[in-house]
Write a protein that binds this ligand. Sequence first.
Ligand SMILES: [Zn+2]
Ligand SMILES: [Zn+2]
Length: 334
Amino acid sequence: MKYVALIIVGTLCLASGFLTPLKYDSKVLSSLSLRRSSVNVPFCTSLKSATLPPPSSSKVKVSPSKSTDKSQDFVFGLSDDLVREKGRKTLVLEGDDLTTKPYQIILVWGTFLVQFLLSLSSLSTISSSHPLLSLPLTLTTLLLTYALSDLGSGIFHWSVDNYGNGSTPILGNIIAAFQGHHTAPWTITERGFENNVHKLCYPFGVALPLLSYLLGLRGIGLLSLTTFCFFEIMSQELHKWTHQTPKDTSSVINWLQKYNFVLSRRSHNKHHTMPFSGNYCIVNGWNNGWLDRSGFFRRLEKMVWEWKGVESNSWKLDGELKERTLRGEFRQEV
Ligand SMILES: [Zn+2]
Ligand SMILES: [Zn+2]
């Protein structure tokens, strides 16, 4: 079975013909109509880094009046800062497309099939090596991995929001998509499932299971890794649900969000405030509180700065944040 899995993964990797980095379309972006957030920094867009404020680049048009009808302009449940004009479909990235393509369907469901087979293999190993404890071991592994995948989504999200751009090798178009999402968050609601999650199948659907095979992971280790990768891919769909209205999502999803079994609208709404410096976790949001309170990401940013001399995009948007971080004031109110 391992050989079959390897063949499927390899075929998927080849068939999908790795993504070419998407380029930022300044014409499209300059046509956007956004309200600025409350933070007093210039709001502009560039997919060299979508959240950066170069001094004299084209700025996003600021809408002069405030909408009073949320049912018409709703884009993000709780936010007054980002509002989509009714009926507007805006693509941020040149070459981006909201239509689901056959290769995306094959890539996503092929990935899930491989993960399912790997999970079956790991369950079989667990039940044969721990016959009496297999159920509690499996449930504990799944729960812990679900929590861990939230942490992983936060670290991944932080890294692609803050470093690199659309031209970065391998992850370039994922970086462009994450950074562009701050500019036009509504586009995620207009994507079909496979279109929405397929980009994450490259790092989490292809590379990691392949690595686990090469490392010879089995049993609990393999179950953890496949579950982790599954939720990293699904994080984009869980994320999408937070941008949809409760009317657009099923009652089950609304219930899961209400009791924080999955990422809630309230939790993710906090991320969409300049300078996009917190609430990065997008699986269930369980880790957002302690990560932001402890200044976890500020510490990482300071380390990157000292190591490579590279500023995070959050620092570029908020000079005070940079100064506080460099002074060692990491903690952030949540
Ligand atoms: Zn973000
Ligand atoms: Zn979002």
